[in-house]
Design a protein around this ligand. Structure first.
Ligand SMILES: NC(=O)c1ccc[n+]([C@@H]2O[C@H](COP(=O)([O-])OP(=O)(O)OC[C@H]3O[C@@H](n4cnc5c(N)ncnc54)[C@H](OP(=O)(O)O)[C@@H]3O)[C@@H](O)[C@H]2O)c1
Length: 304
């Protein structure tokens, strides 16, 4: 299949490109710089120069493809430290997916979008085990998710992969784990909030990449999928593994101290987000086979 991939040069996108190329798909990857274009080319895909702000370019690329996977995201805006950056990045993303969706309407082409499981806890207040059947009415990233699911009514084989907040592997250089490691290095201790009994789901990058390919190839229209291998790892255990990896102590901090020690991650570190992927596994025959988060941290590549 001729597949247009946004975010093809990123952490997860580069693994998705490799997975698609290995399965003999022809990949056209969005590249906003020469460096990203070179990376995409080296992975065996065709770079397409463009930007997430160039909606006409995204629409033309989607029209010319047989399927679209959307992984590009303005993380620089979302986590750049401006008070409204997180919301503005999500609003831009919703606009992008709606425009791509319009371009694909009536074609029955697959369109795989990206969201997060953390939204269930952050904006839905769900603290029990979340499932693919949990649907939120709206919120940052949720609006984009819902817009893409609604495309199923307009002749698009749309699906959304809600990723665990920790997509981990040696390919991960700026996700939450590297951010917490950098904070622990700076502070001289690895932090968790309160008792650290809140849990985070997690998935290995290579398992997530396979899920994107399976969704592209066969997810039914209007499907929410969970990119989750570990249902929930206690935050205290993550902090202990980081402390061990760095050779620094682990320490509890209060919510009031969190901004000082872990900055923009303060809000996320409190999230309790146990999440199931049972339905996703049954639907697509997806079985995670790479190491779980704690085993991956024990492999020490994050601390090299
Ligand atoms: N990593 C995780 O743990 C995690 C967890 C949950 C959800 N997600 C979501 O999964 C998706 C992929 O994440 P990731 O970890 O692969 O992110 P990433 O490594 O930061 O990659 C982001 C991609 O978007 C591209 N991009 C950013 N701004 C752009 C612009 N203005 N125009 C064109 N391209 C632009 C980047 O291009 P350059 O390479 O040129 O910078 C890169 O290819 C995102 O939606 C993310 O929020 C990730």
């Amino acid at each position: 299949m001729r597949v247009f991939v946004t975010g093809a040069s990123g952490h997860i996108g580069s693994a998705v490109v490799a997975e698609l190329v290995a399965a003999k798909h022809h990949v056209i990857g969005l590249a906003r710089s020469d460096a990203s274009a070179d990376k995409i080319k080296a992975a065996g895909a065709e770079p397409l120069r463009g930007d997430l702000d160039d909606i006409a370019g995204l629409v033309a690329a989607a029209r010319g493809a047989e399927g679209v996977i959307h992984l590009g995201y303005k993380h620089d805006l979302a986590f750049g430290g401006t008070p409204d950056g997180f919301v503005k990045a999500a609003e831009h993303d919703t606009h992008v997916v709606k425009m791509i969706g319009e371009a694909l309407a009536g074609t029955n082409k697959p369109f795989v979008n990206t969201s997060g499981t953390a939204q269930l806890a952050l904006f839905g207040g769900i603290t029990r085990t979340g499932t693919e059947e949990d649907v939120l009415p709206g919120g940052p990233r949720v609006d984009g998710e819902n817009a893409v699911i609604a495309l199923a009514q307009q002749g698009v084989r749309s699906s959304v992969i809600r990723l665990a907040p920790t997509v981990h592997s040696s390919l991960d250089h700026h996700g939450f784990v590297p951010m917490f490691i950098a904070a622990a290095r700076k502070n001289g201790f690895s932090a968790y909030l309160g008792e650290g009994i809140n849990v985070w789901p997690a998935v290995h990058t290579l398992d997530a990449a396979r899920l994107y390919r399976l969704a592209l190839e066969s997810a039914p229209a209007g499907t929410r999928l969970h990119g989750v291998a570990d249902e929930g790892v206690a935050f205290r255990a993550i902090a202990d593994a980081i402390g061990k990896g760095l050779g620094v102590p682990t320490r509890s901090i209060t919510a009031a101290e969190a901004p000082q020690y872990i900055g923009a991650m303060a809000h996320f570190a409190q999230v309790n987000n146990p999440t199931s992927s049972e339905r996703t596994r049954a639907l697509l025959g997806w079985q995670p086979e790479h190491p779980g988060l704690l085993a991956d941290l024990a492999e020490r590549h994050y601390f090299a």
